[in-house]
Design a protein around this ligand. Structure first.
Ligand code: ASP
Ligand code: MG
Length: 424
């Protein structure tokens, strides 16, 4: 018997019929002898609907008083789905009780709409588990030190589930979703992509931050910090499949690296479409230029990703960096108005349609020549690399967005990730 946490996403909770299915699945696990804690998301579309109502009433909003009410409002989505799940479990003949974040309580800081969990009190939950009940805890929310309800940012129920699992020292947290695991890359781009049975926590962190949207990145950070074993699996399998079989399905995010030695050097190809590149040309090559360019950008709350500075010629250099497409216009205007005149640089140019493609794998640490395999594969497809950045376990290139799919497919094949009859 183990203490297990299940998390169900909005699609899995999307109708009373689906909630009944979730209840049957959870009941099956409880009847197999496990202590069960379940963290549901709001029913699909509900959070958007609620936030939409708020913006109908107040289209302009920049005040803390407004954000407080947004959290008060958005938190109800999970309150409703949690109560419905408890009712469905009771109807299955299983004792169940639901709690909102403040009832547990899940303590957070006071950053409305993007609060961070600080601690979780496990007493009340444990008492209910010991009394033989399934405990349901609303995802996505908590309470701040002044007693105000907070929410954790969109997709935050993943983080709630991992935090609850950490606080209860659960044996595993199972994240049930509408895909059946983590793939070597997006199967919509590469149909030969295959599901990974295991992926290391560090790889998952890179893949989540590089646009693989399966998990909220903060949940992966949390799992890493507290060493919570985490599994991503489908909620669309028949609810009555064998528990043991279900417990082994999907993708396990692991902390052991030894078993990886046998595995592929590169575990996955991650990519991000919505990026833009900006270059400041003819900048005087003097100390402090990176700061004079990127300082104002950071002050405007624009996040910068890959950065390169060319070698200088005649005391001048070019400086390029990437931002997200949504920030492109604002960043270019800011640089033209504020930075160009102050620096005496000649021009700001850019490309609002670039993409970043990355190969990710902890095996890269101990293998040389991985990057050159990447560059060869791209050159064979005549894909021009505009920027390169590397870290211990990934190499990223910035390319024109129109070559994205071609590049991802070529790399997937070059690193032996394509599904074949033997490895399918
Ligand atoms: N209901 C919240 C959202 O839609 C949290 C979650 O589903 O994880 O973002
Ligand atoms: Mg989600």
């Amino acid at each position: 018997m183990a203490l297990i946490v299940h998390k169900y996403g909005g699609t899995s909770m999307g109708s009373t019929e689906r909630i009944r299915n979730v209840a049957k699945r959870v009941a099956k696990w409880a009847r197999a002898g496990h202590q069960m804690v379940v963290v549901p998301s709001a029913m699909s579309g509900e959070t958007n609907r609620l936030l939409g109502l708020a913006s109908e009433l107040a289209p302009s909003h920049a005040q803390s008083a407004y954000y407080r009410e947004l959290d008060m409002l958005a938190a109800t989505g999970e309150q409703a789905s949690s109560a419905l799940l408890a009712i469905a479990l009771q109807a299955e003949g299983l004792p169940a009780i639901s709690f909102t974040g403040w009832q547990v309580p899940v303590h957070t800081n006071s950053s409305y709409t993007k609060a961070r969990i600080e601690s979780i009190d496990d007493k009340r939950v444990r008492a209910e588990l010991d009394a033989g009940r399934v405990v349901i805890i609303t995802g996505f929310q908590g309470i701040d030190p002044n007693g105000h309800i907070t929410t954790l940012g969109r997709g935050g129920s993943d983080t709630s589930a991992v935090a609850v699992a950490a606080a209860l020292k659960a044996a595993e947290v199972l994240i049930y979703t509408d895909v059946d695991g983590v793939y070597t890359t997006d199967p919509r781009v590469v149909p030969a992509a295959k599901r990974l049975n295991t992926v290391s926590f560090e790889e998952m962190l890179e893949m989540a931050s590089l646009g693989s949207k399966v998990l909220q990145i903060r949940s992966v950070e949390f799992a890493g910090k507290y060493k919570v074993p985490m599994r991503v699996l489908s909620s669309f399998t028949p609810w009555d499949i064998d528990v043991e079989e279900e417990a082994r399905s999907g993708t396990l995010i692991t902390f052991e690296e030894d078993e990886k030695m046998e595995k592929a050097v590169v575990s996955g190809i991650a990519f991000n479409r919505g990026e833009a590149k900006i270059s400041v040309l003819g900048v005087p090559d003097t100390p402090g230029i990176a700061y004079s360019i990127l300082g104002p950008v950071a002050e405007a709350n624009i996040e910068v990703d890959v950065i390169i500075q060319n070698i200088s010629k005649d005391g001048k250099t070019d400086f390029s960096f990437t931002v997200s497409q949504g920030d492109y216009q604002r960043a270019v205007e800011l640089l033209r108005e504020k930075v160009l005149p102050a620096l005496g640089a000649s021009e700001v140019v850019g490309n609002p349609n670039i993409a970043k493609v990355s190969i990710v794998g902890i095996g890269m640490r101990s293998h040389v020549g991985v990057a050159s395999t990447m560059f060869r594969a791209l050159s064979q497809e005549s894909v021009n690399i505009q920027m390169i950045s590397t870290s211990e376990i990934k190499t990223s290139v910035v390319i024109d967005e129109k070559y994205l799919e071609l590049a991802v497919r070529a790399l997937h094949t070059a690193f032996g990730l394509d599904k074949t009859e033997e490895n399918a």
